[in-house]
Design a protein around this ligand. Structure first.
Ligand SMILES: C[S@@+](CC[C@H](N)C(=O)[O-])C[C@H]1O[C@@H](n2cnc3c(N)ncnc32)[C@H](O)[C@@H]1O
Length: 197
């Protein structure tokens, strides 16, 4: 089988986006929830970029015994048991589409910016839950005559609508094409909305 994912393809892009976010948060100490922690390489690299900022990370990782200071488990369960508001930034550095984890962030810590890696196979389906929040009825996705490609064609439009519906009204992102995969690297924020009289 052909191996498509490496743990940290486009490491430079991930580090650049996170470094910019940390600088924008603008605190001397930054607390990060690293919900797809892996080996923690991304945040080690961000720390090297910003030696003047003290960055602490709490990692969650489903693989067992990867590092002694990382919570072992499925982040969808673990995040629901944590106070997410204590973090300055939440990192969802996923292999697929972390739409469930983003919904947990939006519900439990709507003001905290979220760094996201979102990888999609070009012709792969758009996750059902994402379409559902956008008002596509469940039954539509089960009709044979409605091909998944119909939704896939506007994948990023659905995704942006999804983020907006969760309350994230700003995204700093980059798209990378990698053979049959499209990779979207971004940081989403909830910006204050100004009231117009
Ligand atoms: C792209 S890698 C993360 C790389 C990492 N950010 C780094 O800096 O080295 C994604 C990691 O998330 C883990 N993972 C995938 N789904 C998960 C889940 N539901 N809960 C916790 N960890 C998960 C995978 O085992 C993998 O190690």
């Amino acid at each position: 089988m052909r191996h498509i994912y490496t743990e940290n393809s486009h490491l430079k892009t991930k580090v650049r986006l996170r470094t910019a976010a940390v600088l924008e948060i603008g605190k001397p100490k930054i607390h990060v929830l690293d919900a797809f922690a892996g080996q923690g390489l991304v945040w080690k690299a961000v720390q090297r970029e910003l030696p003047e900022v003290e960055i602490t990370t709490l990692g969650i990782e489903k693989k067992k015994y990867l590092a002694p200071d990382v919570i072992m488990g499925d982040n969808r369960k673990v995040m629901k048991g944590l106070d997410l508001t204590i973090f300055d930034l939440i990192d969802l550095d996923a292999f697929g589409c972390p739409w469930e984890q983003l919904a947990i962030c939006a519900e439990r810590a709507p003001e905290v910016p979220v760094a996201i890696t979102h990888i999609s196979i070009t012709l792969g389906p758009v996750p059902q839950g994402l379409l559902e929040l956008n008002g596509i009825p469940d039954e539509w996705c089960k009709i044979k005559e409605v091909p998944h490609a119909l939704f896939g064609r506007w994948r990023w439009w659905w995704w942006e609508q999804y983020c907006a519906r969760l309350g994230y009204n700003r995204s700093d992102y980059e798209l990378h094409l990698d053979k049959s995969a499209v990779k979207r690297y971004e940081v989403v924020w909830r910006e204050p909305v100004l009231d117009h009289p």
